[in-house]
Ligand binder design. Structure first.
Ligand code: BDR
Ligand code: CA
Length: 315
């Protein structure tokens, strides 16, 4: 079983990512750290616990992390996840307590207690992870991999999908805290960035039959997903919006789901039209070797990914 720490900003799709990570027999979910992103951290840290209570996994620690990006103020999320941040599922207020550790310290402690073993899955802005690296740089060589929903790399038809409504060239998680993303990208920890251009898709989606299975399932998490699909559908969005972040967990479970390539990537940290853009150096010559080399999601098997999500949600 792969040891995972999930750093997230739930968010309906982060909520579904928690469901997958907690239910997968291939994952040992050691902890969840919440960060400000889709909503302020008080909401995201409550939402993470609401999800764990929904699926009866209250033994997994949830820590409240950074309330703000590293140097900026949090921007409002233009892509609504509803008044509760969970597609208006209105789950009960959580009873399980927060971890006594700050999110940054839960990351540091979890990595130190499991040296070389903890994959960090990041589905929100990278403020917690960057701050953990700043506070305890000794953990950096102890992390085998970070898998992140991060950026957009223009590697397929959906090159720069603006699914989260930030700048024309940026993806939400990097846009919110570009300085944190830059710290993580340049940290030396092996990073796999799954951009919006692979984590979103229009032509492969849940079928009406799938959605009916979710709606009529005895599993609360399946009915949560059905309501989220209805919620985004009523606002003109496709069902995939409810599971964008799930692709990072899916890749952690089964790396054959996404074909990756190596590339050198820089992050735009200047304000303006391209703030938060992940710039892939595509040149064959004169490539900027000063940019960090990371793994980038190139092509996903969306059919198999949807099957994985469905099977775990209904299990
Ligand atoms: C990100 O947008 C947010 O709404 C999702 O939670 C996801 O992490 C993708 O850009
Ligand atoms: Ca997210």
């Amino acid at each position: 079983m792969k040891k995972i720490l999930l750093d997230c900003d739930p968010g309906m799709d982060d909520s579904m990512a928690i469901v997958l990570a907690a239910k997968s027999p291939d994952i040992n979910l050691l902890g969840i750290t919440a960060v400000s992103g889709n909503y302020p951290v008080d909401v995201t840290s409550a939402n993470a616990r609401k999800v764990l209570e929904m699926i009866g996994c209250t033994g997994i620690p949830v820590a409240r992390g950074m309330a703000k990006p590293m140097v900026r103020n949090p921007p409002p999320d233009p892509f609504t996840h509803g008044t509760d941040g969970q597609a208006e599922n209105f789950l009960p207020e959580p009873e399980m307590p927060l971890s006594s550790l700050h999110g940054v310290d839960l990351i540091i402690e979890t990595v130190k207690n499991n040296p070389g073993q903890v994959t960090i899955v990041a589905t929100g802005p990278m403020s917690n992870i960057a701050m953990a690296f700043a506070k305890a740089p000794e953990i950096i060589p102890l992390i085998p991999e970070i898998i992140a929903i991060s950026g957009s790399f223009g590697l397929n038809d959906y090159a720069f999908i603006n699914a989260t409504g930030d700048t024309p060239q940026s993806e939400w998680n990097v846009y919110v805290d570009p300085e944190a993303a830059e710290m993580v990208y340049t940290s030396g920890v092996p990073l796999t960035a799954l951009g919006l251009d692979v984590a979103t898709h229009f032509d492969v989606n849940f079928s009406p039959e799938d959605i009916e299975w979710f709606r009529s399932s005895p599993r609360k998490e399946a009915r949560f997903l059905a309501r989220a699909i209805d919620f985004v559908g009523n606002r003109g969005f496709d069902a995939y919006c409810t599971i964008i972040d799930c692709m990072a967990v899916g890749y952690a479970i089964d790396p054959t789901l996404v074909e990756t390539m190596k590339g050198r990537v820089g992050i735009e940290t200047k304000d303006g039209l391209t703030l938060g853009m992940t710039v892939l150096d595509r040149r064959h010559h004169h490539v900027w070797t000063q940019l960090p080399e990371i793994s980038i999601g190139k092509k996903a098997d969306h059919g198999r990914f949807l099957e994985l999500v469905s099977s775990l949600v209904l299990a």
